[in-house]
Design a protein around this ligand. Structure first.
Ligand code: PLP
Length: 390
């Protein structure tokens, strides 16, 4: 089946790039493991396939599906989110260029830019991107040099919301490109390209894969010239996703919309419960009317997602005790899978930014609410909170 024009998200996610196999009619396109392709005479390629790094039908199917769900013209799949980010930056930036990024970006993104790309002459500065004046000022501090403005919204783990449309204007006025890391929202909840962003990056390890069984990343964009540069980097540097990883990611993406509805319901229920607990200092969730980005999130996101951060009055000790006392929420890095996870960012996902301008509060836990019953998630937190008492 082909995807009808103007099809809704779930129809697109299920069918884009997933034409049935013509010989047998297999509804699920076969998984192509072959690293190379027979040629009909020298240079006689079948359907353009020559060698697995340059092209693979399973990866192509995923790339078509990713482009379709993000509303982009081109998508490229990589071996991890950071491989996607690295390839993007090396494709688009040159020595002397500058990247302005959010001051609570994923720790690994900051580490990549500040410790790897800085060695090759790419500068960076970090700013609270939910504050547009501060961001415009940071961009103005490197006149003519800013090549990329890089934002996560919602951000990880502070759950700040940035106005993508307004930030695109700030970036474009300075001659820069806006890159949105859309990992937390997923393409079901938010499509940054439609709001003026130039590039979307994903850790597909998270909601897109959705089952905590595959690591991957993606770059999605519209501009053909920029896309060619990213494609060349993917081919020439070779940080591609393997066939099995691409297949698992495709399979996950087909159910993204259904899962995100449930993640969002559970995130809301958990956030509302946390708000009423005396041990809690703050709940960071854009679905709460008290969140400073709530109205904006309502406009640029379909729902609010499954990520909830919480800060404890009892400081680091309380956060650590709760993290180690949950039973349904598994204490683990990562997020976005069907199973709920709890993470202590200061020592886990964001350990690499401890002591830097991106350090996260030590009394903060990040919850990735899965698709279990919300009553079970709340009961689990309730019993874990007994570890800290009142
Ligand atoms: N972007 C965000 C928001 C993330 O949370 C992560 C990983 O946690 C990454 C990028 C990096 O992705 P990966 O771990 O797949 O390399």
């Amino acid at each position: 089946m082909t995807v009808p024009e103007n099809a809704g998200f779930n129809t697109t996610a299920v069918h884009a790039g997933q034409a049935f196999e013509p010989r047998t009619g297999a509804v699920v396109p076969p998984l192509h493991f072959s690293s190379t392709y027979a040629q009909d005479g020298i240079g006689g390629l079948r359907d353009g396939y020559e060698y697995g790094r340059g092209g693979n039908p399973t990866r192509d199917a995923l790339q078509e599906q990713l482009a379709a769900v993000e509303g982009g013209n081109h998508a490229y799949s990589f071996g991890s989110g950071l491989a996607a980010e690295d390839s993007l930056i090396r494709a688009l930036c040159r020595p002397g260029d500058h990247i302005v990024l959010g001051n609570d970006a994923y720790g690994g993104t900051y580490r990549l830019i500040s410790r790897i790309h800085s060695e090759w002459g790419i500068g960076h500065s970090a700013v609270d991107m939910s504050n547009l004046e501060a961001t415009a000022a940071a961009v103005a501090q490197a006149p003519g040099k800013v090549r990329l403005v890089w934002v996560e919204t919602p951000s990880n783990p502070m759950m700040k919301i940035t106005n993508i449309e307004a930030l695109a204007k700030v970036a474009h006025d300075a001659g820069a490109l806006l890159v949105v890391d859309n990992t937390f929202a997923s393409p079901y909840l938010q499509n940054p390209l439609a709001l003026g962003a130039d590039v979307v990056v994903h850790s597909t390890t998270k909601y897109i894969g959705g089952h905590s069984d595959v690591v991957g990343g993606a770059v999605v964009l519209n501009d053909a010239e920029l896309a060619e540069k990213v494609q060349f980097m993917q081919f020439a540097a070779g940080a591609v996703s393997g066939p099995m990883d691409a297949f698992l990611t495709t399979r996950g993406l087909k159910t993204l919309g259904v899962r995100m509805d449930r993640h969002s319901e559970n995130g809301q229920a958990v956030a509302e419960w946390l708000l009423d607990q005396p041990e809690v200092e703050a709940v960071l969730y854009p679905g709460l009317p008290s969140h400073p980005g709530h109205e904006l999130a309502k406009k640029q996101m379909k729902k609010f997602g499954g990520m909830v951060s919480v800060q404890f009055k009892g400081g680091e000790a309380a956060a650590r005790k709760v993290a180690e006392a949950t039973r349904v929420f598994t204490l683990a890095e990562s997020l976005g899978g069907i199973e709920s996870l709890v993470n202590y960012p200061s020592e886990m996902t964001h350990a690499s930014v401890k002591g830097t301008e991106l350090a996260v509060p030590e009394n903060l836990l990040r919850l990735s609410c899965g698709i279990e019953e919300s009553a079970d998630l709340i009961a689990d937190l309730e019993q874990a909170f007994k570890a800290i008492g009142n």
